[in-house]
Design a protein. Structure first.
Length: 301
């Protein structure tokens, strides 16, 4: 067994391995690339491949960003060991190496998969029982439960949506798709209210058709809703935010529905609303339900 750096040529084998080992996820090569060597914050020192007899049997990608419990945070963004090679020391060796490298990069605490801005899932799906046992054995503890919601999509679900946008315009507030020239005003809002969402919103602005709707008044962006800024080949919604001065006027609900209608027009029959906080908001505006539950793990190092 050997551990080496990940390379672009590993993407097909990583995807095939992950489809077998991460059976509750919908995965393709672009998504695997997005979480590893294609990430904006990709660190080649933290991209690791496990080989056995010249064959890829495991991989992991780490990142160091942010803080948790007042300590610099490292995260294992994604990892997988081939089912045929579990309980044979491959995962242990991989994590020994990853944890050592994250410590060397300054991490004082390590979490699993809940990497802000670019994550496959906001933690480990509780159904991955083998992962649960493995992480507990390594000294990781569950410190939070996160949820994804899901809703059905129908292009014709809200026939009065455009009329709602027009009615809001009469109040002096314009709701529309973001344009390239809007980026400075969008960043101003994010830096003031939701600095942690800058990478995801920036990613949404980089899509060929900006996957971001905004509310603008007097040249200032006061609300936004994005989709496919993360997990770009899946129908992921979010993030979204409304300035405190604008809350309670239904603007957030309109922005949400505009994004969901766009996903429906792409041909999706459902949308994923990840890492949800205000469950009631999504129940009210799009009939969403809690679909998946994840445990967030941490370990001091």
């Amino acid at each position: 067994m050997s551990i080496r750096p990940l390379t672009e040529s590993d993407i097909p084998a990583m995807t095939a391995l992950a489809r077998r080992g991460l059976e509750f996820e919908s995965l393709d090569q672009e998504l695997i690339r997005e979480k590893t060597i294609g990430a904006a914050d990709f660190d080649p020192d933290l991209g690791l491949a496990v080989e056995e007899g010249g064959r890829l049997v495991g991989f992991a990608q780490g990142v160091v960003a942010g803080e948790l419990d007042g300590r610099p945070k490292g995260c294992v963004r994604i990892f997988c060991i081939d089912r045929a090679y579990r309980r044979q020391d491959h995962g242990t060796r991989l994590f020994d190496e990853m944890e050592q490298r994250l410590r060397a990069k300054g991490a004082g605490i390590i979490t699993i998969m809940d990497s802000p801005a670019n994550y496959l899932t906001p933690g480990v799906d509780f159904r991955y029982t083998h992962t649960y046992c493995f992480l507990l054995k390594r000294g990781y503890t569950v410190f939070r439960e996160n949820h994804n919601m899901r809703c059905n999509l129908d292009i014709d679900a809200w026939p009065d949506l455009d009329a709602q946008v027009a009615n809001i315009l009469e109040t002096g507030l314009e709701i529309r798709r973001a344009r390239p020239e809007d980026k400075p005003a969008i960043m101003d809002l994010l830096i003031q209210e939701w600095r942690g969402w800058v990478p995801e919103v920036t990613s949404a602005l980089e899509n060929p058709e900006h996957t971001l709707h905004i509310a603008v008044q007097g040249g200032k962006v006061l609300a936004f809703a994005a989709y496919q800024g993360n997990n770009k080949t899946l129908p992921f919604f979010g993030p979204m935010g409304t300035s405190p001065s604008l809350r309670g006027r239904g603007v957030g609900g309109v922005l949400l529905r505009l994004c969901l209608r766009d996903l429906a027009r792409q041909g999706w029959g459902y949308a994923i609303i990840p890492w949800v906080g205000p469950v009631g908001f999504y129940v009210n505006y799009c009939g969403a339900w809690i679909d998946r539950c994840f445990w967030a793990y941490k370990k001091e190092v």
